[in-house]
Ligand binder design. Structure first.
Ligand code: PEP
Ligand code: MG
Length: 816
């Protein structure tokens, strides 16, 4: 085992760095010596002490010498000359703290000097990647880039094993568990590969601690693990037990997340959470598992290569046929974008060069067909991505094709939304907004997710297409083909429901349809508007009085580059056309957090909901905001629309002022901001002095007021807009709006709650914007009460101690 020497100007610094590093290594078996400070206890380095330290830990395996700065390097080099031992010695430029940690861990695992030195040098990777300042030329190759170079070398014959593990320890895979894991795995004759399903980051060899840190794995993250080598199964078993045990870290009682969180759900509630109303019955179809990278370590014997290569062309053909079938079924004009994507991907699958290139890898190198497809299409996707512009958009299609062909080759289901012609209930752990946006193109009749909450964006999208949806903690227990009732009002999923239960869920009170003019019983006008995310649902929402929130970011979730002015103008015109002459409030891109837009993404953040999202992205990308404003203005002119614009995630009056200044040159008469941070609500008067109107985003307002993630089902009671704290913040804004004589709209999901509508009006909200399906019930609820009752209900609800009491208090006032 190698020895380690620390050369530092300060004895205290060396001791502290060492103490920190030794925390990571449970065993005390790496010999470390320190040469720090001058003999009289001052600051400085001394070559003779360095030589003595090297001799102290020298062994035939070698010595790695760390240095702090400046003259420490010279002292170390001189020390090398003065030493008596003959062991190989390397002086490393690795950073002292991270490098020492990495070196101790790797050395403790018995790695040779070169490996330890390499790990130490690479130890800044996690920090660099996290902070986004990886030096050019030293970027960690991602798996796809790295693999082609290694293909020849890694074609071994050992089969791989795979499994999915959920991190339970509260602080995720931070330095200590990463160190433990790297050290443990290094002792097996196996290469373990890990992929974080949330971030997509992959580590080809998990015995490197610094690489493990780049996974950015947090509590609750699912890690895909696969292993190859003689000890593959044992290594995975050990990995599994370490992860299950939380790496020996005590769970924090107040921490909620990941598996622990879900267990809490199971214990606390044996029912689900209604996230989109309605009811439907149908057979369960589970979302297929994502396709993982096929192992790089298998080689086909010569005798099998020809038949394996021959399997490629039919797989491409089957995928093409499936995609074409799907595209042909989407005859409705609303689905023309989805149809265009499917047709383009089918055309790609039709390119015989792809199958031929993959077949060559099979015959020449013995790569299994799935591996060959992974490499060929991966290289193509990389190439397209680096070209930028519309070419880069196609990279996602190529990756999609790759996954589909591999699924066919492996006899698995093609990934993505299931290809069905009959009605089904989709069951999925968590649905990405990009998939949710396409649900309307399938015959899916209801959605069951294992995680999510009423104000999560998946729920919002489900509601916008009228799809009943429930968060059901036991979703994984539902099997393909089970007949289930999804009751999106009660928040229940019933397997094999009785006819009575189905009838009960489907019973809807007779509702008078919304007549197009929102008002209270005594005639006070409250405009009832729709929330839309594009032309499709705008067309379906046209009975609303206008659009109170056009979430423009939903139109561009799949884009790698900022959409062109032409693309944007087309998207905005579709919405304006559906509401010609009526108000359409267009929100500028609200990127970040759970709605990431690749072209506005910055360095990875620990707390994306508190990070650079919404209007904050305009600081780094002012050009994107200006281009969007220009496109909205052009589209509004072309459609003669009454276009209002507003900015998301405003916290200060200064931000509101800046936004207004950027909008006016484009000729917008009505410029506003969203009030979705407590700071903005508290400063509503100052903000209203800058803008023409405000719109309350209660989804985020509740999240930030109660410090509870709006995506977490177990915290849904906190992010409930009926929370008195939220109601009181709304009241502040309502009062400020009345004082300023300016409109106070509300466009969070609370706007579609018929019981809450009178309370919101009583708090000073002048228009409500909601999923179009809620219009009838909200209109009926307001039409049944007088404005004075609304004011009294608002006072009672805001004075209540909690949401349940607030609901009861409002209901009792309104029933009088
Ligand atoms: C809100 O936060 O209430 C809102 C309307 O914006 P989004 O849900 O898109 O974040
Ligand atoms: Mg919001």
């Amino acid at each position: 085992m190698i020895g380690i020497v620390v050369v530092s100007h300060s004895a205290a610094l060396a001791a502290a760095a060492l103490e920190l590093a030794q925390q990571m290594v449970p065993r005390d078996d790496v010999r470390v010596a320190v040469a720090a400070g001058t003999p009289d206890g001052g600051l400085g380095t001394d070559a003779a002490r360095v030589a003595a330290a090297i001799d102290e830990v020298a062994s035939p395996d070698g010595v790695l010498v760390f240095v702090d700065l400046g003259s420490a390097v010279m002292s170390a080099e001189l020390g090398l000359e003065l030493r008596e031992s003959v062991a190989p010695v390397r002086v490393t430029s690795a950073p002292l703290v991270e490098g020492l940690v990495a070196a101790l861990v790797t050395a403790a695992a018995g790695a040779p000097l070169e490996t330890v030195a390499r790990e130490a040098r690479g130890s800044l990777a996690a920090k660099e990647e996290h902070l986004g300042d990886t030096p050019v030329g030293r970027r960690r190759p991602n798996a796809e880039q790295a693999v082609p170079a290694r293909i020849d070398a890694r074609l071994e014959t050992t089969p791989a094993t795979a499994r999915t593990l959920t991190l339970v320890n509260p602080a995720g895979l931070h330095a200590r568990p990463a160190a433990t894991l790297a050290a443990e795995l290094a002792s097996f004759d196996a290469t373990v590969r890990l992929t974080n399903r949330r971030t997509g980051a992959t580590v080809p060899d998990a015995s490197s601690m610094s690489a493990l840190l780049t996974l950015g794995a947090r509590q609750g993250d699912e890690l895909e693990a696969s292993a190859a080598g003689a000890d593959a199964a044992t290594a995975l078993a050990r990995l599994e037990s370490l992860v299950a045990d939380g790496f020996g870290e005590a769970p924090m009682v107040e921490e909620r997340g990941g598996t622990a969180r879900l267990e809490t759900v199971r214990k606390d509630i044996d029912y689900g959470l209604a996230i989109s109303p309605g009811a439907a019955v149908g057979p369960v179809v589970r979302m297929p598992e994502p396709i993982l990278e096929p192992p790089a370590d298998a080689t086909l014997p010569e005798s099998e290569r020809a038949s394996a290569a021959a399997s490629l062309a039919p797989a491409f053909t089957e995928v093409r046929a499936g995609l074409t079938r799907r595209a042909e079924r989407l005859t409705d004009e609303r689905f023309r974008d989805a149809r265009a994507v499917l047709t383009a991907t089918a055309a790609l699958a039709d390119d015989p060069a792809l199958a031929t290139e993959a077949a060559e890898l099979v015959t020449r190198l013995g790569a299994p067909p799935a591996r060959a497809v992974w490499l060929v299409l991966g290289a193509l996707a990389e190439l397209l991505a680096t070209q930028g512009g519309p070419m880069a958009e196609r990279a996602a299609d190529v990756r999609d094709l790759r996954a589909r062909v591999i699924a066919r080759l492996q006899g698995e289901l093609e990934p993505g939304l299931p290809d069905r012609t009959e009605p089904f209930v989709l069951v999925v752990d968590e649905l990405a907004p990009a998939d949710a946006a396409l649900l309307g193109t399938t015959p899916c009749v209801a959605l069951v997710t294992r995680s999510g909450a009423p104000t999560s964006h998946t729920a919002i999208l489900a509601r916008s297409i009228g799809l009943p949806a429930v968060v059901w903690p036991s979703a994984r227990e539902l099997r393909d083909g089970d007949i289930v009732l999804v009751d999106g009002v009660r928040g229940e999923v019933v397997v094999d429901p009785s006819q009575e239960r189905v009838a009960q869920a489907s019973a809807r009170p007779d509702l008078v349809p919304f007549d197009g003019v929102g008002r209270t019983a005594d005639g006070r006008r409250v405009e009832l508007l729709a929330n839309v995310s594009g032309g499709d649902d705008a067309a379906a929402a046209s009975r609303a009085e206008g659009v109170g929130l056009f979430r423009t970011e939903f139109a561009f979730l799949d884009r790698h580059d900022a959409p062109s002015a032409a693309d944007q103008t087309v998207a905005y015109r579709e919405v304006f056309a559906a509401f010609r002459g009526r108000r359409v409030v267009v929100r500028t891109l609200d990127a970040g957090s759970d709605k990431p837009l690749a072209f506005l993404a910055g360095p990875r953040e620990q707390n994306p909901a508190l990070g650079v999202r919404g209007y904050r992205t305009a600081h780094a990308h002012p050009d994107v905001l200006d281009a969007q404003l220009a496109a909205i203005a052009a589209a509004a002119r072309a459609e003669r629309a009454d276009a209002w614009v507003m900015a998301p995630m405003i916290a200060t009056a200064a931000e509101a002022r800046q936004f207004v200044a950027r909008c006016r040159p484009h000729g917008f008469a009505s410029v506003g901001v969203m009030i979705e941070t407590p700071a903005a609500a508290l400063c509503a008067a100052e903000i209203l002095a800058e803008v023409d109107f405000v719109s309350l985003g209660t989804n985020d307002l509740a999240q930030y007021a109660t410090a509870a993630d709006r995506q977490l089902a177990p915290l849904a009671d906190l992010t409930d807009a009926w929370q008195p704290a939220v109601l009181r913040l709304i009241r502040l804004v309502g009062e400020a709006g009345a004082a300023a004589g300016k409109p106070v709209s509300l466009c969070g999901e609370a706007g579609g709650d018929p019981a809450l509508a009178p309370v919101l009006v009583g708090l000073g909200v002048t228009s409500l914007s909601m999923a179009p399906q809620a219009l009838d019930e909200v209109a009926a609820s307001l039409g049944a009460v007088a404005f004075e009752q609304c004011v009294a209900a608002a006072a009672a609800a805001a004075a209540a101690p909690g949401p349940r009491e607030a609901r009861a208090a409002a209901a009792s006032v309104l029933a009088k």
